[in-house]
Design a protein around this ligand. Structure first.
Ligand code: PEP
Ligand code: MN
Length: 355
């Protein structure tokens, strides 16, 4: 897929970052036009708005549907901005194309479904417009690349991707975990593809948009897709993560875009891996403490003492040998294990003292 072309649009400067902004959903003609006019006035060239919204539960606002397409047409005519919306079915594709929508995106839930992807790809046969493929909801790079490949095989060449983060069962700072190493690996595999970051859906909160955007720029991303609503407080979807056009202007003006030389890119990629590994280490430690507390409960119920020297010796000896085999010093491993053991004992002591 070496001939995938970067997203370039007549009249849109090709300098980083390419910005796509607009509300999560088109809710009414007034809201759509009001937001669009404000964004156009600050120089935004590509307007996003969801017409069909994939929602977790039925009964939530599922988008206005095709009645909103003429609103996007008006946005185009009045402001000159390009328009973009999400398509998830063949009918969406046909209706969006008929209404003159300029850019289509595939939502995270659709990317994860090969049947839907194939139907959409078939419906796009012979069409030459930019299509953005959001990462699948699950952290599966092959599934993401497979979706891109299905579009590519029907002849599309203007394909870009959107990194919007990955779902996880546990609660986190982020609404969707970034797993930065996945888009980084995608860039290595498909070096010409435009990569956009969607800090709104990764962070799930306004406050995280700026730092995530900066991080994306430092990693050499080509653009950002950010949700912006004329009145976020009353947004019918994703209210927490939308910013007003004025707030967006501030966020964008604070972003520092460094020329990503190979060296700094490599360095920040490596640092990203370290950050990811540290996160994994912390989660693993937390899990270890949970198990340790379970053991504590067992000992308490069975009137056993917390500290059992023989077990501790065994752990220490085994792990120190493992560490030496993996190129770390036995002393280093001893220090770490002692610290972990200490915390573990403390957690069990607290539990013993609980009434
Ligand atoms: C969206 O862009 O509003 C959206 C629903 O995105 P995702 O598919 O990333 O959840
Ligand atoms: Mn949204």
């Amino acid at each position: 897929m070496n001939d995938i072309t970067p997203i370039t649009l007549p009249g849109v400067a090709s300098k980083r970052p390419l910005i796509i902004a607009g509300p999560c959903s088109a809710e009414s003609e007034v809201q759509t036009l009001d937001t669009a006019r404000k964004l156009a006035a600050m120089g935004i060239k590509i307007f996003r708005a969801g017409i069909w919204k994939p929602r977790t539960k039925p009964g939530s606002f599922e988008g206005v549907g095709a009645v909103g397409l003429p609103w996007l047409k008006r946005v185009k005519e009045e402001t000159g901005m390009y328009t973009a919306t999400e398509v998830a079915t063949v009918q969406h594709v046909e209706e969006a194309l008929a209404a003159g929508v300029d850019i289509l995106w595939i939502g995270a839930r659709t990317t994860a479904n090969p049947f839907s992807m194939q139907l959409i790809a078939d419906a796009l046969q012979g069409v030459d417009i930019p299509v953005l493929v959001k990462n699948p909801v699950n952290p599966d790079l092959e599934l993401w690349i497979g979706a891109i490949e299905r579009l590519y095989n029907t002849g599309l060449r203007q394909i870009g991707v959107v990194h919007r983060g990955f779902t996880s069962y546990d609660k986190h700072l982020y609404r969707n975990l970034p797993h930065w190493h996945i888009p980084i690996e995608l860039r290595r595999r498909l070096p010409h593809i435009s990569i956009m970051c969607d800090p709104s859906h990764i962070g799930g909160s306004r406050a995280l948009i700026a730092p995530l955007s900066q991080q994306a720029m430092d990693l050499g991303y080509d653009g950002l897709i950010i949700e912006s609503h004329c009145n976020p407080a009353v947004a019918m979807s994703d209210a927490q993560q939308q910013v007003t056009p004025d707030e967006l202007a501030n966020i964008l003006s604070d972003i520092v875009v460094r020329e990503v030389s190979q060296i700094t890119e490599t360095l920040s990629q490596l640092r990203q891996r370290i950050d990811n590994l540290d996160n994994d280490l912390i989660s693993l430690l937390a899990e270890r403490m949970r198990v340790s507390r379970e053991i504590g409960h067992y000992k308490k119920e069975n009137n056993m003492p917390i500290f059992q020297a023989h077990r501790y010796d065994e752990i220490l000896t085994k792990r120190m040998a493992q560490a030496t085999q993996l190129g770390m010093s036995a002393d280093f491993m001893k220090t770490i294990l002692e610290a972990i053991h200490e915390e573990s004992v403390q957690q069990q002591v607290r539990l013993f003292n609980d009434k």
